[in-house]
Design a protein around this ligand. Structure first.
Ligand code: NAP
Ligand code: ZN
Ligand code: ZN
Length: 353
């Protein structure tokens, strides 16, 4: 086993703190990665605080992982020692079911092995995420990070990137489409960049007026405050597609009212409590309310290659791991522009008090 330093939440009510974990020795299909950077996703907070139920502790979060390949098993062909590799939300699946064969491994019928707060496919061994110095992953679940992308700013692409790229592709976002992006955080800022790059006319729908200039810098053509009730009347029937990234409870019905007939709202944010949806919000206008969860491995690689071609990365604030608890508090206040990324080199520093 490989001893690995990490940061973990000991329980749902305690702060993250240093811990030592063990990784398996790399097998013939495995890649051992020295982690350089790990993005901080709002899903890390939901899970550390056990907001979705069933949390496994101690929990080492982190599923926006970029690092340098240190060792490869004898059958590995995708990567070689020294390459920059990525790992996202998944580390294994059955590879045999319709979902796995259909390149949507996240919906593996046997239950995908998530990168943390989950188990390996043996359903016994807990998985630990990227707030750690090394990870061992089957090559199928690794990604090649194109040379043109800055490794730190590319890390959030492994979750925030694919989670917003995928629904835009699924709903055929194209030139001239009117797209609304709801919530300007980690996912939201990537949704704006992707939708703009696909030629859409993008409106940022945000509770934070203070983010207007940033939204425009990111490429949004318009900004509207959702704190102002008049916005919902003004934009009634406007959008072909809404990507909703809000992490907290809110009224979906109001946002559905902003879709044109046959328009779609895709939920990617995961408020911890369910939200009622009125039948008339959908029936009037044949509207579609859909969800989307990350993306398969092939689509994630396609997204990374798309980012290299279109010069897209995340806007990041790099933090040492010792600041992770403070970063969570800042995210809860909406004070992040627009993704925290942990510099994993800081794990080697002595713990600060
Ligand atoms: P984030 O960086 O914290 O951004 C969330 C944004 O939502 C905030 O910046 C804020 O934007 C808005 N918001 C927060 N509270 C709100 C409230 N009470 N009412 C209205 N708007 C509010 O979070 P993130 O990392 O982008 O993640 C967003 C959500 O997506 C989380 O629930 C996360 O778990 C989920 N997620 C889902 C998937 C998936 O596969 N579907 C993958 C990754 C993450 P404004 O200030 O602009 O209003
Ligand atoms: Zn995530
Ligand atoms: Zn499967």
């Amino acid at each position: 086993m490989l001893k690995t330093s990490a940061y973990a939440a000991p329980s749902a009510t305690k702060q993250l703190a240093p811990i030592s974990i063990e990784r398996r020795e790399p097998g013939p299909h495995d890649v051992l990665i020295d982690i350089l950077y790990c993005g901080v996703c709002h899903s890390d907070i939901h899970q550390v605080r056990d907001e979705w139920g069933g949390a496994i502790f101690p929990m080492v979060p982190g599923h926006e992982i970029v690092g340098r390949v240190k060792q490869v098993g004898q059958h590995v062909t995708k990567l070689k020692v020294g390459d920059i590799a990525g790992v996202g939300c998944m580390v294994d699946s059955c590879r045999d079911c319709a979902s796995c064969k259909g390149h949507i491994e996240q919906f593996c019928e046997k239950g995908v092995a998530f990168s943390y707060n989950s188990t390996e496919m043996d359903r016994k061994t807990p998985t630990y995420g990227g707030y750690s110095s090394q990870i061992v992953v089957d090559e199928h679940f690794t990604l090649k990070v194109p040379a043109g992308l800055d490794p730190a700013a590319a890390a959030p692409l492994l979750c925030a990137g694919i989670t917003t790229y995928s629904p835009l592709r699924q709903w055929n976002c194209k030139k001239g489409d009117r797209v609304g992006v709801v919530g300007l955080g980690g996912l939201g800022h990537m949704a704006v960049k992707f939708a703009v790059s696909m030629g859409a006319e993008v409106t940022m729908l945000s509770t934070s007026r203070s983010k207007e200039a940033d939204a425009r810098r990111l490429g949004a053509h318009a900004f509207e405050s959702t704190k102002d009730e008049a916005t919902f009347q003004k934009l009634a029937g406007r959008f072909d597609l809404i990507i909703n990234t809000i992490s907290a409870p809110h009224d979906y019905n109001k946002y559905l009212g902003m879709l044109r007939p046959q328009g779609a709202m895709v939920i990617v944010g995961v408020p911890p409590e369910p939200t009622p949806v009125a039948a008339f919000s959908l029936i009037g206008g044949n509207k579609r309310l859909a969800g989307s969860m990350i993306g398969g491995i092939a689509e994630t690689q396609e997204m990374l290659d798309y980012c290299a071609k279109h010069n897209i990365v995340s806007d990041i604030e790099i933090i040492p791991i010792q600041k992770i608890n403070e970063a969570y508090e800042r995210m809860m206040r909406g004070d992040v522009r627009y993704r925290f990324v942990i510099d994993i080199a800081s794990l080697k520093e002595p713990a600060r008090t």
